[in-house]
Design a protein around this ligand. Structure first.
Ligand code: PLP
Length: 427
């Protein structure tokens, strides 16, 4: 069994000392500027990255090409829950690199069975279907729900409806942006996939009212990440669970960002002791090393697929399964969850002490916070740039909301220091 202290970060905070030498001590070099110009010139401008060029990383800290160090308060949108280059996960990857990395699902390999069994067990389910990106897992869940609707529920073919929530973020494929309510995600990408109905987030009665004989599922984030770390009202998830059971539709929880330790629980649904019918996982499942996603459910749900009806060349490859197994192993100890709970309380207490004129609202759970800054202090982008100048990498979500979601290996001192930098950046 692996413990957190095996990573060394718990016992030797000095190695990654927050205050010492953090932030841009060195001005951007010609090389850094050339690298930024090169990416601007040769890729689509679908992102607006902060002007930092990362060359190395360890734990909760990254170093840029000029040797400047920054605390990573984004953690790859929660893909890096276990820290950069987590030694346990790297060891699993290295071991597998020396054996076999890809077979395709045309053949069996010796990591697949153990991975799906261990992941299903972590979720308290019978089966798991591995994919690669989060969006691909969401698509897989949508296809599962439709097939389940036709085969098990008896919905007439091509009539299935899936309920989704306003403000959602589930990825970028055409079918997924078809039910996005973010104009930027949709504009000039139509025509869209039909079969989705949108209801306000956090309103269980609205879900009940939207259900028809053709409804097969509700897809929701237990906490809406990209929308600004929106936590639904107490009892919402339990109410949705009850409605889904009573009305015979699938509850599908997109735990791609909220799951795998982030909130202080294995899944954000655990907070209300809710078990959805379908878990959608991604991001941290790949340990920050490679994309690994999965749909996890019981056999009566995932059993709807027959050979040839769905697939992925890379989904469930040996390297992905080996890393995914190591991730499940880390979560099985419960140490990352309790760390996120403890440090999350610490982070939220520190954020609560920020001057009230600076901060309108702080939301979140565990090591996850959406901080609404008074817009008078700047846009989220401007504040993120000021934080970067102070050695903290964070990302705005909407408007003046700063998201704080550090790797779960972060220390209490790191967090105090990050909050102090936020306060000075605003001051
Ligand atoms: C990031 C994210 C996705 C999409 O994952 P990708 O790997 O970027 O395709 C889906 N749902 C949620 C909640 C996410 O945060």
């Amino acid at each position: 069994m692996t413990t957190l202290s095996d990573t060394g970060r718990d016992t030797e905070p000095g190695t990654f000392k927050a205050q010492a030498g953090a932030g841009p001590q060195n001005p951007p070099s010609a090389r850094a500027e050339a690298l930024i110009e090169q990416s601007d010139a040769h890729t689509a401008h679908n992102y607006h990255p902060l002007p930092v060029v990362i060359a190395e990383a360890d734990g909760a800290w990254v170093t840029d090409v000029d040797g400047n160090r920054y605390l990573d308060m984004l953690a790859g949108y929660s893909a890096l829950n276990f820290g950069h280059r987590n030694p346990v996960l790297l060891a699993a990857a290295r071991e597998q690199l020396g054996r076999v990395t890809l077979t395709s699902r045309a053949f069996h390999h010796d990591q697949f069975g153990p991975f799906v069994a261990e992941l299903a067990e972590l979720c308290g389910k019978q089966a798991a279907l591995p994919m690669n990106s989060g969006a691909e897992a969401v698509e897989t869940a949508l296809k599962t729900a439709r097939k389940w609707g036709y085969q098990v529920k008896g919905v007439p073919e091509d009539r299935a409806q899936i309920i989704t929530c306003e403000g959602n973020f589930h990825g970028r494929t055409l079918s997924i942006v078809s039910f996005s309510t973010d104009p930027d995600a949709r504009h000039e990408f139509g025509p869209f996939t039909p079969g989705f109905v949108s209801v306000p987030y956090g309103d269980a009665a609205a879900i009940e009212a939207a259900i028809t004989d053709d409804t097969v599922a509700i897809l929701l984030e237990p906490i809406q990440g990209e929308a600004g770390v929106l936590v639904p009202p107490e009892g919402y998830l339990a109410a949705v669970r009850e409605i889904c059971t009573r009305r015979g539709i699938l509850m599908m929880a997109d735990e791609i960002q909220s799951g795998l330790g982030r909130t202080g629980y294995t899944f954000a649904c655990d907070y209300e002791n809710v078990v959805p019918d379908v878990y959608i996982l991604g991001k941290a499942l790949g340990g920050g090393i490679l994309p690994v996603s999965a749909v996890v459910a019981d056999r009566d749900v995932l059993g709807v697929f027959a050979p040839g009806e769905h697939g992925s060349t890379f989904g469930g490859n040996p390297l992905a399964c080996a890393v995914g197994r190591a991730v499940v192993g880390l979560l099985a100890t419960g140490e990352y969850q309790s760390r996120a709970q403890k440090l999350g309380t610490h982070l939220h207490e520190a954020l609560a002490k920020l001057p009230p004129e600076m901060v309108r609202e702080v939301r979140g759970r565990g090591l996850w916070a959406g901080v609404d800054i008074d817009p008078g202090f700047g846009t989220g982008r401007e504040i993120s740039e000021k934080l970067m100048a102070r050695g903290v990498l964070a990302k705005d979500t909407h408007g003046s909301t700063i998201r704080m979601a550090p790797p779960l290996v972060v220390t209490a001192e790191d967090l105090d220091w990050a909050v102090l930098q936020l306060q000075s950046a605003l001051g």
